[in-house]
Design a protein around this ligand. Structure first.
Ligand SMILES: Nc1ncnc2c1ncn2[C@@H]1O[C@H](COP(=O)(O)OP(=O)(O)OP(=O)(O)O)[C@@H](O)[C@H]1O
Length: 550
């Protein structure tokens, strides 16, 4: 952004100052005709003895004004038309979209040439021609963006509430489309620059004695073999103007998509650390003094320590934003790339999670079940190909064998007609079914650890009970260790051996299941959580390995 902005500021300064300071050198006829570059005329002079550098700099004002004018016509008309299409009735919209599609199929420069040829050649006709020629493309893109926003719940609600279409467009739609539109506007500016220069170059744009970059290029054509340096000034100015706008557009795009930006700032995990660490203490997971922070800002997780023994079910409980998911995802090897993860020790089995552990081993030994079964699966792929992916990729199973294994796993989590489910898309399954399918997929590799991040929160109470039953069964049958995240003590009471209560990035209380059952809690926050337990009677799980709470 900085380079693009600095370049653009420099160009604007040139556009303001050059016509005032260099007009004489740029336009006064002198006897120094057709000189090559020299100390007085850095780019030489033209056939009339005018300074070529001065002319290129003076032309910046007219070129920028024309480009801005054309881009403004395209963007304003494009946005108005694109929004109007989505605010009008279905019939008008269908016809308008087809008309736009036909117009977009026609190359905009040829469209501009036709308009410019019809109008009298000159500055305003070039601006109007290029501006109008860009409208269909911009309107089409705006209509596409508007189509996504107009089906969002807040727009539908506003419609139901009787908010006027113009108000819906200004308050609800435009602000939510502003970022991509701004980025596109930068592209439109760069395109308009090239097209306006092209029009002037072929004689349909700016007419002598006025001159823009394209007109200067046109003037240089006659002397291309004898005085080729004449083309250098306007060419460089066109390239610099286009470059500055595209750099600004790129920066806007990076700003709109933080993931694109964070690659540059990514603080990698300590790659130089050894991948394998000794696991002599018998714990499956050991976390010592885990700290997670946003670079340059406060810590989100502030020195958390705990262990999970093989076969143990540990719960991380706490209010929203207390750092449960961050802790769990660091353990699962899925930390957010824009965060800094530090710890004295962070290991699963003998894998050092601060280094980059072997992906294939990680996929087999640690499974993750996420909160929202609606977003876990790719809606465009059938369940079969998604559920069998880990088996095919990491266990090298062939398709039919993988399908057989996953069919059995689906049946084990009480999914009816499992073979049929594999042929279905995610939306054809209920939320509870999708979550159980996720659980089935998480156990087929016989992982040592399942990290379940609020796996029941998005489900209704009866489905919650079924999903919890499945976790309990898996634990009983396979002895898999689990890290179970919840903000609900009632849910974890039925499932977990050890309960770690988190608040503001710290573990404020550690409880065994016995202590929790006996309501033997001390921290006021834990007491408050206990008071909020909903009734969900699942019975207790059989006791497993004892809690290891350093
Ligand atoms: N990538 C990130 N960049 C900046 N802040 C983040 C990031 N991820 C999480 N946070 C912040 O860290 C804090 C802890 O987040 P975390 O997701 O661990 O909370 P949680 O306890 O799991 O809450 P919930 O129950 O709502 O999921 C929150 O304040 C959150 O806004």
């Amino acid at each position: 952004m900085a380079t693009g902005a600095v370049l653009m500021i420099a160009l604007v300064l040139i556009a303001v100052i050059a016509p005032l300071a260099l007009k004489q050198a740029a336009e006064q006829l002198t006897p120094n005709a057709a000189q090559g570059p020299n100390a007085d005329h850095w780019l030489g002079t033209d056939d009339f003895g005018r300074d070529l550098l001065a002319r290129a700099l003076v032309a910046t004002r007219l070129t920028l004004l024309m480009t801005a004018g054309a881009a403004a016509i395209t963007v304003i008309a494009g946005v108005v038309i694109g929004l109007a299409i989505w605010l009008s009735g279905r019939r008008v919209r269908e016809v308008a979209l087809r008309v736009l599609e036909t117009a977009v199929a026609y190359p905009s420069l040829i469209f501009a040439l036709v308009i410019a040829a019809v109008l009298e050649p000159g500055v305003s006709s070039a601006v109007i021609a290029i501006g109008i020629a860009g409208i269909p493309g911009f309107a089409r893109i705006t209509a596409n963006l508007a189509s996504a926003v107009s089906s969002s719940e807040y727009v539908v609600t506003a419609r139901l509430l009787g908010v006027s279409p113009i108000r819906i467009a200004m308050r609800h739609m435009l602000p939510n489309m502003a970022e991509p539109l701004l980025i596109l506007a930068a592209t439109v500016f760069a395109l308009s620059l090239v097209e306006i220069s092209a029009l002037s170059f072929i004689g349909l744009g700016v007419q002598s004695p006025e001159y823009d970059f394209g007109r200067l290029l046109n003037d240089s054509l006659g002397a291309l073999y004898t005085q080729p340096v004449e083309a250098v000034g306007p060419s460089i100015m066109i390239a610099l103007t286009g470059l500055s706008v595209m750099l600004i557009g790129d920066a806007l795009a990076a700003h709109a998509d933080p993931r694109a930006k964070r690659r540059f700032f990514r603080r990698p995990l300590q790659r130089n650390r050894t991948v394998a660490v000794p696991a002599a203490d018998g714990a499956l997971v050991r976390v010592e003094n885990l700290r997670i922070r946003i670079p340059g800002r406060q810590e989100l997780v502030k020195g958390v320590s705990f262990a999970i023994n093989p076969g143990e079910v540990v719960a991380l409980v706490g209010e929203s934003g207390s750092g449960k998911s961050l802790t769990a995802m660091a353990i699962a090897g899925l930390p957010s790339e824009d965060l800094v993860i530090e710890a004295d020790l962070l290991r699963v089995a003998d894998m050092n999670m601060l280094a980059e552990p072997d992906q294939s081993r990680l996929a087999k030994e640690v499974s993750v079940v996420y909160q929202d079964p609606g977003t876990t699966f790719n809606p465009s792929l059938r369940m079969g190909s998604q559920l069998t992916e880990v088996l095919r990729t990491h266990l090298g199973m062939r398709g039919d064998r993988a399908r057989k294994v996953i069919t059995e796993a689906l049946a084990a989590v009480n999914i009816t007609e499992p073979a049929k489910r594999l042929r279905q898309h995610p939306h054809e399954l209920s939320g509870g079914m999708r979550q159980r399918a996720m659980i089935a997929a998480s156990i087929v590799t016989s992982p040592k650890l399942i990290v379940a991040d609020e796996p029941t929160t998005a489900l209704d109470v009866t489905v919650q009970a079924e999903v919890l039953r499945q976790f309990r069964r898996i634990h009983r049958e396979q002895g898999t260790a689990m890290l179970f995240i919840s903000h609900d003590l009632g849910v974890v009471e039925a499932l977990c051996d050890t309960i770690l209560v988190m608040k503001s990035g710290e573990i404020v209380e550690r409880l065994t299941s016995g202590q929790l059952a006996a309501r033997n809690v001390h921290h006021p926050y834990t007491k408050a959580l206990l008071a909020a337990i909903p009734v969900l009677d699942l019975g207790r799980m059989p006791a497993t390995a004892g809690a290891d709470t350093p």
